[in-house]
Design a protein around this ligand. Structure first.
Ligand code: 0PR
Length: 387
């Protein structure tokens, strides 16, 4: 730290040059991220609420009320307007909270969690933190959690089952109804990770697509993760955890009696936490409405089709699976996909690389010309590598 501070202008100039090497969403080069440029209106609201701390709800009763209204709106999106929960730091915290509740509600001999091989790494973190054993269940040929394998894996030690609605790699939706039946039959907690899909599937359904039930409509579902800072267009950090009932949420409660605003119960990991995030979500949900989000999702899906058509026309690469959401897996029988990804990255494309495929997430910041440009470069790369 300097002895004497620098004027704002000098610091801002320094900042600008320091940040130059970062990728930006505007450039269209970020094709492997589940985040996007936050909506302009949400930024504006966020900036107004920087001092709000949901960790001391007595000081910020009104902000706390808006967080709860945001939760009810997310609940209504996921077929349960009376859900309980919080806007948290992200999908990772939301998934940890769900497994924390599952562990606390389960009998002590139940310390195993079943999740598909495709589950996000936040479940590894959660299991490690919570002293749970994570059992990864094999996938079927459509990359969903295999029901027969899940049935075999449930035992008297199972505390919870996790299903994913929009997997990290391929955007696949697990068979939530079938998993719910297994969970109900064994009286096991059932969590659905819809961190990504939760802001896509309801709108796809409204647009007329055939969407399998994945939310609180399914009776065994105890909690759902749904992240506003992914397809919800909210500023980071904004994850969402919804519980079916208050008792489930209360199972992770810690009493904080000394707070300035009066005693409170925390049901999150964070103590001090961003009211601005929750209020920006509240404002954006009201501003965009279902119609606004339908527009966003419809556009992303049209661009996804454009990308899919383009990939089909390039000899040497193919689709890992037919995408159900705006997430596309690109694979190859002839070429080493890691080399293809390496070449694309050298050309400036920020794509994700999974063990047998490249993942492209067609987020709202992606435009038709970005897709055309990417397809051109992909074709060139494949030709160069001898496809
Ligand atoms: N659940 C699912 C299904 C996810 O895909 C993710 C994150 C999470 C939970 C955890 O969410 P948080 O990252 O909010 O804690 N999936 C993204 C991924 O791994 C995270 C991400 C986002 C990675 C932007 C890179 C990036 O640029 O792809």
């Amino acid at each position: 730290m300097f002895e004497k501070g620098l004027p704002r202008k000098a610091v801002l100039g320094k900042l600008e040059s320091e940040l130059k090497e970062d990728f930006t969403y505007n450039s269209g080069r970020i094709l492997g991220s589940m985040c996007t440029s936050p909506h302009q209106f949400a930024r504006q609201v966020y900036m107004k609420c920087l001092e709000k701390n949901l960790g001391d709800p007595g000081l910020f009763c009104a902000a706390t009320q808006l967080e709860q209204e945001a939760i009810k709106m997310l609940g209504s999106l996921l077929s349960h307007p009376n859900a309980y929960g919080h806007i948290v730091s992200g999908g990772t915290e939301a998934n940890i909270l769900a497994l924390w509740a599952a562990r606390n509600l389960a009998k002590t001999r139940r310390r195993e969690v079943l999740a598909p091989v495709s589950a996000h790494c936040s479940f590894d973190k959660a299991a490690n933190l919570l002293g749970l054993k994570l059992i990864k269940v094999k996938l079927n040929d459509r990359f969903q959690m295999d029901i027969k394998e899940a049935e075999k894996a449930v035992t008297k030690k199972t505390a919870a089952i996790v299903g994913v609605a929009g997997t990290t790699g391929l955007g696949v939706v697990d068979p939530i109804r079938e998993l719910s039946e297994i969970a109900l039959a064994h009286e096991v907690y059932f969590h659905v990770d819809a961190a990504f899909g939760g802001f896509v599937l309801p709108f796809l359904e409204e647009l007329g697509s055939n969407v399998p039930d994945f939310d609180f409509r399914v009776p065994g579902v105890c909690s759902v993760t749904v992240d506003p800072h992914k397809m919800g267009l909210a500023p980071i950090p904004a994850g969402g955890i919804l519980f079916r009932d208050e008792e489930m949420m209360r199972s992770i409660s810690t009493s904080v009696p000394y707070l300035a605003g009066g005693g409170a119960e925390h049901t999150t990991i964070s103590g001090t936490r961003s009211g601005a995030s929750a209020i920006a979500v509240w404002a954006l949900l009201i501003h965009l409405g279902r119609q606004g989000y339908r527009g966003v999702v419809g556009r992303c899906m049209r661009l996804t089709s454009k990308l899919v058509d383009g990939i089909r026309r390039i000899n040497g690469v193919s689709l890992k699976t037919n995408p159900a959401l705006n997430i596309v897996g690109i694979t190859s029988n002839e070429l080493d996909i890691e080399s293809v990804a390496g070449e694309l990255r050298r050309m400036g494309w920020a794509v994700s690389l999974f063990p047998s495929y490249i993942r492209v997430v067609v987020m709202p910041h992606v435009s038709p010309s970005h897709i055309e440009h990417f397809l051109q470069d992909l074709k060139e790369t494949v030709e160069k590598l001898g496809g």
